[in-house]
Design a protein around this ligand. Structure first.
Ligand SMILES: Nc1ncnc2c1ncn2[C@@H]1O[C@H](COP(=O)(O)OP(=O)(O)OP(=O)(O)O)[C@@H](O)[C@H]1O
Length: 294
């Protein structure tokens, strides 16, 4: 893993964070006709943080991901990566600037092997031109070889089993394994910021625990910054440095997991209760540990 490894993360979530923002959303709004899917959202993500976005169905979480990755252009507001605006860039350009993602519904090429899927993720990194590729010049062959080695190295981040199965079609893999391949493909673009859309969806408890482990390692060993949408609240609470809560497109709360868990507006948004019922927070605490809540 030597080439991929960055320096280990300094500090813990409880220490004060002072680094410059890696990603900054200011007053970001996205309207579809009369519907404000995301309204005036501010969010700062600093290097090596793990930040979660949570909220009920239709709260605007996926739309925020689509705005950050250039699928949608904000109706209003600004998005900056390392201080530079990304508004108006297309998804490929955003990827080249350092933001990669995975999807709620895994999007792999089922008719390709594990290795080939990861190689696809490297397309932004390859330099060979059309002529070089046609005539398979030594430079192209060298680049292909290096790309393969790197793809195997990325798979090995998840253990030996994916390396051993690199030539299998992804369709033959379990759901949890395919999620790992999708992350390996995202890593192939050498991102600074990784967006994970429900990375433990469809997983059983053991697979979920394993996923939490490798998401932490993505930060701790590879130095990545991670923004995720996660509907298993116990998972979110356990692994996030900070949590932002959306409801009807607005950010209604942001803070440490404990702060968010006790926030009256958050409890009201999730349980449909009046925000004036403070004694319900303990109940939510139990409920959020037991249930999957979107
Ligand atoms: N392309 C679109 N055109 C019109 N409305 C849209 C579009 N995309 C999203 N919306 C609407 O915007 C709102 C926010 O949707 P979004 O998918 O971002 O929510 P979400 O929090 O990700 O929901 P879920 O948890 O169900 O995935 C919803 O009311 C949705 O119907």
């Amino acid at each position: 893993m030597s080439e991929m490894q960055a320096e280990r993360v300094e500090g813990t979530p409880s220490e004060p964070v002072t680094a410059e923002p890696l990603l900054e959303l200011s007053q970001v709004t996205k309207s579809f006709g009369g519907l404000t899917a995301v309204g005036d959202v501010d969010l700062i993500i600093r290097p090596k943080e793990i930040i979660s976005i949570i909220g009920p169905n239709g709260a605007g979480k996926t739309t925020v991901f689509n705005l950050i990755t250039g699928i949608y252009r904000p109706t209003k507001g600004e998005i900056r990566l390392e201080g530079k605006s990304t508004v108006g860039l297309n998804p490929d350009q955003v990827l080249t600037r350092g933001i990669a993602r995975t999807f709620q519904n895994i999007r792999l090429f089922n008719n390709m092997t594990v290795l080939e899927n990861v190689l696809v993720g490297q397309h932004t990194q390859l330099k060979a031109g059309v002529l070089g590729s046609l005539f398979r010049t030594p430079r192209v062959r060298h680049e292909e070889e290096a790309a393969r080695e790197r793809a195997v190295e990325l798979l090995s981040f998840f253990g030996q089993s994916l390396v051993d199965r690199q030539d299998e079609y992804v369709i033959n893999l379990s759901y949890a394994e395919r999620r790992r391949v999708e992350i390996a493909r995202a890593l192939a673009a050498k991102p600074k910021l990784l967006l994970l859309d429900e990375p433990t969806a469809g997983m059983n408890e053991a697979e979920t625990l394993e996923a939490v482990g490798y998401i932490r390692r993505l930060r701790d060993e590879l130095g990545l910054t991670i923004l995720l949408i996660e509907h298993k609240l116990a998972v979110t609470m356990g692994m996030s440095d900070r949590i932002a809560v959306l409801d009807y497109g607005r950010k209604i709360a942001e803070g440490l997991p404990e702060e968010v868990r006790r926030n009256k507006m958050v409890i009201a948004a999730y349980l449909g209760q009046s925000a004036e019922e403070p004694e319900q927070s303990a109940e939510m605490q139990e409920q959020t540990e037991d249930h999957e809540v979107k």
